[in-house]
Ligand binder design. Structure first.
Ligand code: ADP
Length: 486
């Protein structure tokens, strides 16, 4: 899983948890408020009904004294009756349910029955001071008791409900807290195991690699992002190791190739070793010829090396010009015709100009490399054909020999530095840098080099460059021998 996905999922889960907790809290608060209101109403109902009871008993006491009309006691009795009726109205007004209203109707009915029984004629006999002696009073008091009982029951129900909500709130609070703690702990453990440790492993691997342990690789584990980083690091480490290997191979190649000419030169200096007589003129000549050849070889090698390093450092400066490719080919053929008596060198060029945009000096270097290889790896007396022609949008340079050829397996790494075929080693000295430099020059021109070859029959190296639209050129002398130079 990705780090981003995991963190997003965790944040969403925690936010949902917090949101549910807040919603549950709000709901429970409103339920609790409702039970609170209902309990308050019940208590108020009890209080008002008991006040009504007290007022009734007060009225009964005053009424039992049988006051004379117009007396102060009669006035008090009248007041008590009014208060009783007013209180009855107040109690009625606060009824919260139909049942309570019905109970209060009963109270009203019994109370009026009581009041009717007490007036308008005063009692004839002396009053009986016990409640039981007045059934209307008992009935009113009993009706009031029923209202009180109803309210007590209502208050108890509300209390039980409040208790239930309280328990539920406690349970939900604990459950949410546990879920929160477990969720956060799981997230921390996951982050530690699957993100932090792999990230630390990657960081260690990078540090070890930086400290010189080139074989170090990071484990590709953990979330997608860390795995991607580890994979990128491993690829980079692998590529750096490969580059380092190829640099070492390059250096080993140089050392190896330097050794041969140096040993030959060392042997030559033995001629002048103290204690030896003066060398014969023939010996001297042979040795000087050998020294000359080795110095040439060293010179070529140093030139190739300089080019190779310049190319590797990306410092191959090309001076582009529009040139007729036929001129380049002709110049190279003429150069070798004068110095190479052993081969039949033939030039193939078309009548029309083959215009290309190139660095002429570098393109001559390319052709020189190919022609010198063709001469080097083919028997004396055989033909080497050099030519250029237009093919579609390309100018195609071709150098064909009838030499040792190259097998398909050997062709695969042919353009890598220091690559030499077994047969070529036996046949001629060389460094194996020429073709790699050639390919880089051709590619820097936006071109392409390819080889066709058959072991024992010969090879054809072809270089393709983009063709420029031909411009009319001054008429040229016709190519010698029908386009062929010997
Ligand atoms: P060098 O000629 O100094 O060895 P190059 O880079 O020019 O280096 O050539 C690399 C190798 O390619 C040669 O050693 C040889 O094995 C092979 N090669 C190049 N040109 C030819 C050719 N015309 N015929 C056969 N083999 C060739």
């Amino acid at each position: 899983m990705s780090l981003k996905g995991m963190l997003t999922a965790s944040v969403i889960a925690l936010a949902t948890l917090a949101l549910s907790a807040a919603t549950a809290l709000m709901l429970m608060t409103s339920f609790l408020h409702r039970t609170n209101v209902s309990m308050g109403a019940s208590i108020e109902g009890i209080r008002l009904t008991e006040e009504l009871e007290v007022d009734l008993l007060l009225h009964q006491r005053l009424s039992d004294q049988a006051p004379l009309p117009g007396s102060l006691a009669a006035y008090r009795l009248n007041q008590a009756e009014r208060r009783l009726l007013a209180q009855l109205e107040v109690v009625h007004a606060q009824a919260t349910s139909g049942l309570e209203a019905a109970l209060l109707d009963d109270v009203e009915r019994t109370l009026h029955a009581y009041l009717r029984a007490r007036s308008p004629t005063p009692p004839l006999a002396l009053p009986d001071l016990t409640e039981d002696a007045d059934p209307t009073l008992s009935a009113a008091l009993a009706a009031m008791e029923r209202v009180v009982k109803y309210n007590v029951d209502e208050a108890r129900t509300a209390e039980a409900e409040a208790d239930r909500w309280d328990e539920l709130a406690n349970f939900l609070g604990i459950a949410m807290a546990v879920m929160l703690v477990v969720g956060v702990a799981a997230l921390l453990i996951w982050l530690d195991r699957f993100a932090f440790r792999p990230a630390m492993g990657l960081s260690h691997a990078m540090r070890r690699f930086g400290a010189g342990s080139r074989r170090t690789r990071a484990a590709e584990t953990g979330p997608t992002e860390v795995r991607d980083m580890a994979r990128t690091f491993n690829e980079m480490a692998h590529s750096l190791a490969r580059q380092r290997d190829s640099q070492l191979t390059f250096l080993a190649g140089i050392a190896h190739e330097l050794r041969n000419p140096l040993s030959a030169l060392k042997l030559s200096t033995a001629l002048a070793a103290p204690g030896r007589g003066p060398p014969t003129p023939e010996r001297m000549q042979r040795t000087l010829a050998l020294v000359g050849r080795q110095v040439d070889r060293l010179d070529r090698m140093v030139g190739d090396l300089l080019d190779a390093t310049r190319i590797e450092a990306g410092r191959l400066d090309l001076q582009f010009e529009e040139r007729d490719a036929r001129e380049l080919v002709r110049a190279v053929v003429e150069l070798y015709q004068s110095s190479e008596p052993g081969h039949v060198l033939r030039l193939f060029v078309p009548e029309d100009a083959v215009m290309v945009r190139c660095d002429p000096a570098r393109m001559e270097q390319v052709l020189t490399n190919l022609v010198s290889n063709a001469l080097k790896y083919s028997p004396s007396g055989s033909r080497v054909d050099v030519g250029v022609q237009s093919e579609g949008r390309d100018a195609v340079f071709a150098v064909t020999d009838q030499g040792i050829g190259i097998s398909p397996e050997e062709r695969r790494g042919l353009f890598a530095p220091f690559s030499r075929t077994g047969q070529a080693r036996e046949r001629a000295p060389g460094v194996g840098l020429g073709l790699s430099v050639t390919r880089r020059i051709v590619e820097a021109h936006g071109g392409h080099i390819e080889v066709d070859s058959e072991p024992g029959r010969g090879s054809t190296f072809r270089v393709r460059l983009a063709l420029l639209p031909a411009r009319p050129l001054p008429p040229e002398p016709r190519p010698e021998d029908g386009g062929v130079v010997h």
